[in-house]
Design a protein around this ligand. Sequence first.
Ligand code: ATP
Ligand code: SF4
Length: 338
Amino acid sequence: MSSPVLEIRNLCVDYGVGATAVRAVRDVDLTLHRGQVLGLAGESGSGKSTLAYGLTRLLPPPGVVTGGQVIYHPPAGVPVDVLAMTPAQLRRFRWAETAVVFQGAMNSLNPVHRISTQLLDVLKAHRPTSTAVGRRERAREVLRLVGIPADRLDAYPHQLSGGMRQRVMIAMALLLEPQLVIMDEPTTALDVVMQRQILGELAQLRQRLEFAVLFITHDLSLLVEFSDHIAIMYGGRVVEQAASDRLYQQALHPYTEGLLQSFPALRGPRRTLTGIPGSPPDLRAMPTGCAFHPRCPYALDVCRSRLPPLGRPADSHAGRTVACWLHPTAEPATGTRP
Ligand code: ATP
Ligand code: SF4
């Protein structure tokens, strides 16, 4: 496996403080490797976006990171904890090392400025010693990378389609050759054909340019297609993590199984879609034990009283973790506190 770019250790994020605080991310452990796509899936409210905002320190109040570490491994140099970075370190990390494409990003382009102005401003701010000619050439190059003809550089956003605007946002994310690109529902506003086209191109680009991608979506079928690894979140916790093909072939956690049964099979015979009964937990009144037990068809007595630890099941491959009493773990992960 390639070297790690980012290690998230025991990350906890709350909204608010004191007795009324809502814990939206609970002891999350994840590792992103160079050149890999790590998919993060889960129903709405499971904590995916909070995790992304928390690890980049972009969390708006009342969100607050209450514990953990986010260790960034630069290509050369010493690993550094993002949560302890100085403002200057953080500014460089946020765009030059890590780029973020958030939900609805295509509407983030300033409508009164040409695409060229918006791309060149980023280059001017982060590469102050570059020449005007060099900056323009780099802007043309990234547009070509995302499939937009370079002669559209001087277009205004309204002169581009939704798909092209989203590609511009991805181009902007790649402008400074980041080590890590975080994409939160980057293509949900687009039609499915455009979605798959853009994601397919992005998957090829990260192989060529070797950046890692944290790809967040509630659409598990997209992740199975475009991710190397998938982590499933429920009630703010990671409950299962595995290589995409293994997860698709055999989900170990009943919640993952329910998510997979909520969309049509990618291959093989047709199957009945069953979905998951009930609703996601209320974070202010989490069920005791396993948070999924009120909805789980396999719940045991122990599930109602004890939180299952996240770890590698005894009979499973390295790199696979699950938090479920049906799969006793041989190696508990460090992040799960009862
Ligand atoms: P979606 O797919 O809908 O974006 P998500 O998995 O990304 O969902 P988050 O947006 O991270 O989930 O939200 C996680 C939890 O945090 C939700 O239960 C939400 O109610 C809660 N939450 C989010 N923002 C706030 C806030 N400003 N104040 C209080 N609770 C919040
Ligand atoms: Fe279901 Fe129990 Fe596993 Fe939770 S721990 S998913 S309730 S079987």
